[in-house]
Design a protein around this ligand. Structure first.
Ligand code: MN
Length: 153
């Protein structure tokens, strides 16, 4: 089931994060959220189908310790994390102490994106944010470990 991991990790009577409801229509948006948790990191999320059969739309998500690079050629580690509900794209606030991901969440950048190419181990997409613009690549190294970088093209 879509968003099962997201659901089991959270207590929705304690956190104000969105409920685990998948969307049915993709608006092709992305978000980068600055997350001041036990370790400060940035969460990069792309609105994408979770399942081609059900058509459920979720936010495919990666934790990026050093943030999404603005300069071409700089490669940063991006660790795949659980799918998030599409409503999370607008989430800002404080996840309470003791809850999963406790700490402040603030939107760093948001906008639309377009898929440029999907390879066997990579996704290339064009970001149209306020801060992040241009072609970016997510490259799967192994398991949950990916690299994110701005393409030189
Ligand atoms: Mn996070």
């Amino acid at each position: 089931m879509a968003l099962e991991k997201y659901k089991t990790r959270r207590n929705f009577s304690k956190t104000k994060e969105p409920e685990p409801e998948p969307a049915k229509k993709n608006l092709w948006r992305f978000v980068v959220q600055k997350h001041d948790a036990s370790h400060l990191h940035y969460d990069f999320r792309l609105e994408l189908p979770e399942d081609i059969v059900t058509g459920d739309i979720v936010l495919k998500s990666w934790a990026v310790p050093k943030g999404v690079p603005k300069k071409a050629g700089v490669r940063h580690l991006a660790v795949a994390v659980e799918d998030h509900p599409v409503d999370y794209i607008d989430f800002e606030g404080v996840i309470p102490k003791g809850e999963y991901g406790a700490g402040r969440v603030k939107i760093f950048d948001k906008g639309k994106f377009q898929i440029v190419n999907i390879g066997e181990r990579s996704i290339t997409f064009n970001l149209q944010g306020k801060k992040l613009k241009g072609d970016y690549v997510l490259l799967n190294l192994k398991d949950k470990n990916w690299l994110i970088f701005k393409s030189k093209r």
